[in-house]
Design a protein around this ligand. Structure first.
Ligand SMILES: [Fe+2]
Ligand SMILES: [Fe+2]
Length: 183
């Protein structure tokens, strides 16, 4: 597997772990349990910032290359690229809801937060699944190593904040919460 393909799959694995955590907190809210909203906000910071700054731009280049190989897959590639923009918008909007409820608990009924959270998580998971099940395997089949290398050159050297070897202090509380989840 090309290192970039591995890296994208690793990103998905980390993102899925954060989505699992977020889902657990949203379902706890749904059961009217007390939830540490600071940690929910940390999870949303990760979901909003990391993929949108460092993961989606790489995929945009990859899927544009894939689209050029086959008219049959071009529409799916364009749709996935367009969805990155929508996911960023959705992430920012949901982050705003969490902030609002932290500032003033009465601003927003909990059931609205729960419903929006469930929709948000479902959209994120569906996006990842299309890539893991369809677009990444297609890219691995149709693009040769030189094409993958060209895409990799456009990817800035970045460290995933959830990578255990880096662990910036900002994500320490989130990292500890994730480590308590079942593997
Ligand atoms: Fe994506
Ligand atoms: Fe992705």
């Amino acid at each position: 597997m090309h290192p970039l393909a591995q890296r994208l799959r690793d990103d998905h694995r980390h993102l899925t772990r954060v989505l699992d955590f977020l889902e657990g907190r949203i379902e706890a809210l749904a059961r009217a349990h007390e939830v540490d909203l600071d940690l929910v906000r940390d999870a949303m910071t990760y979901i909003t910032e990391f993929p949108n700054r460092l993961h989606h731009p790489v995929e945009d280049v990859l899927f544009a290359s894939l689209a050029a190989t086959d008219a049959g897959i071009a529409a799916a590639c364009r749709e996935q690229i367009a969805e990155h923009e929508r996911l960023f918008h959705d992430s920012s909007a949901f982050y705003g809801l969490i902030e609002a409820i932290e500032v003033d608990d009465a601003t927003l009924p909990r059931d609205v937060l729960v419903a929006r959270g469930r929709d948000f998580i479902a959209a994120q998971r569906a996006h990842l699944k299309r890539e893991d099940d369809h677009l990444l395997p297609q890219a691995e089949q149709r693009l040769d190593a030189a094409a993958w290398d060209r895409v990799a050159q456009t990817a800035a050297q970045v460290d995933d904040p959830l990578d255990a070897t880096t662990r910036p202090a900002r994500y320490e509380a989130l990292y500890r919460a994730l480590s308590r989840l079942p593997a």
